[in-house]
Design a protein around this ligand. Structure first.
Ligand code: ARG
Length: 397
């Protein structure tokens, strides 16, 4: 008997990757090994494993990567206040290099010749997967069946029925990707950006108009730029994010609805539910404003924009990422303290902040008696501050 080459498939348990298990065997003659990571996507990992094996995967790996996802990816994103186009907290984008690195790890361990993923040719995820895979092991062949097979959704369902593939019946018209950091939703009616999303889009966040009439406070404690306390209780990252997702979600906080520029040049309408992410980034930013200097804040803003762009565009392995990270980390030693958020029917507002490293100086700032700020100094300051601009303005050209 001739031994078949092995291929490792990033298996989500959905229709595309389920059809793929069979298709890769038939079309390319591979023995297909499947891999599923638990990234906090709130799905039954055991059930996914069972399905993969029932379809014909010769071996399945389930890896709980939640801790690694938080420590190596989400925590960096918090320190970088990472929001692509000032809106999207990058949950899907951050998970891809991690999944890709596990694919390569398992492929190397199994002596596989190829890896495969379920991304389409229109999105960002294909880029994120393939750049990382190629960097980590350039010898692996990469197969993206969805780019090749040209099947519509109905054709895929027929193929699955024909081959006896056990598919999870999905009532949803949307394409969803979710993990601990948030839920990304595309497709269906959302493809018309002039229409308000229907209520069935949302699973993690209640509509603000249905949220409680009573405001809820959350206090977040940070150490070295990272959250470690929720309402005065110490928590590990995974637990803290899971809990905050629930708290913010029940107050209608965390919905993002915007038009986004994809890497491949398409503008696309994206809806997101990122309750914990939005709260943590907002709180972290506010704490930084309290403890970092004006110049540090300005420059960090530039670095953050670049950091988010590299992550979005799939360049996690780009050496500049490490350089930017070194700068970001060096600013974080001082980022320590507490931020209180008030959540109310979809709004989130910072109402209190404290830090032992605070640069806020009451005696300088106060309008009351006894301020240490000598207002007479302002006159000379203004003359010199405006000197160059005033000179140029009055040349009149
Ligand atoms: N637009 C986002 C990104 O590129 C989310 C993609 C979500 N993927 C999905 N299958 N719904 O990161």
């Amino acid at each position: 008997m001739v031994l078949k080459d092995k291929l490792v498939l990033a298996y989500s348990g959905g229709l595309d990757t389920s059809v793929m298990v069979k298709w890769l065997g038939e079309k390319y003659g591979y023995d297909v090994i499947t891999l599923t990571l638990d990234l906090g996507q709130r799905e039954d990992i055991k059930e996914i494993e069972r399905r993969a094996l029932s379809i014909g995967s010769i071996k399945h790996y389930s890896i709980d990567a939640k801790e690694e996802f938080v420590k190596e990816y989400i925590f960096k994103a918090i320190k970088a206040n990472a929001l692509y186009q000032n809106k999207y907290p990058l949950g899907t984008a951050l998970a891809r290099p991690l999944i890709a690195s596990k694919l390569v790890e398992i492929a190397n361990k199994e002596g596989a010749k190829a890896v495969a993923h379920g991304c389409t040719g229109k999105g960002n995820d294909q880029v994120r997967f393939e750049v990382t895979i190629r960097a980590l092991n350039p010898n692996l062949k990469i197969i993206a069946p969805v780019r090749e097979w040209n099947m519509s959704r109905d054709e895929e369902i027929n193929y699955a029925l024909e081959k006896g593939i056990d598919i999870k019946p999905s009532k949803s018209q949307y394409s969803v990707d979710q993990n601990l950091w948030g839920r990304s939703i595309e497709g269906g009616d959302l493809e018309d950006p002039s229409l308000e999303p229907k209520e069935d889009v949302f699973e993690w966040v209640i509509l603000p108009e249905r949220a409680s009439d009573k405001a809820e406070y959350v206090k977040i404690g940070f150490e070295k730029g990272l959250p470690f306390k929720l309402n005065d209780e110490e928590k590990g990252g995974v637990e803290l994010i899971e809990e905050l997702n629930v708290i913010a979600g029940r107050n209608g906080v965390g919905i993002i609805d915007h038009v986004e520029d994809r890497l491949v040049g398409i503008k696309s309408r994206e809806v997101y539910e990122y309750p914990a992410a939005l709260c943590l980034i907002e709180a972290h930013k506010e704490l930084e404003k309290l403890v970092l200097s004006r110049s540090e804040l300005n420059f960090k803003g530039l670095v953050e924009r670049e950091w988010a762009w590299l992550v979005y565009s799939g360049l996690w392995i780009e050496p500049l990422m490490k350089d930017l990270q070194a700068f970001i980390d060096s600013t974080q030693a001082k980022v320590e303290g507490y931020i209180t958020l008030k959540l109310y029917k979809g709004s989130m507002r910072i109402v209190a902040r404290e830090s032992k490293n605070s640069l806020y100086n009451y005696s300088l700032a106060t309008y009351k008696e006894g301020s240490s700020f000598d207002q007479r100094d302002a006159e000379g300051f203004i003359k010199l501050w405006g000197l160059s601009s005033t000179l140029a303005y009055n040349r009149g050209v």
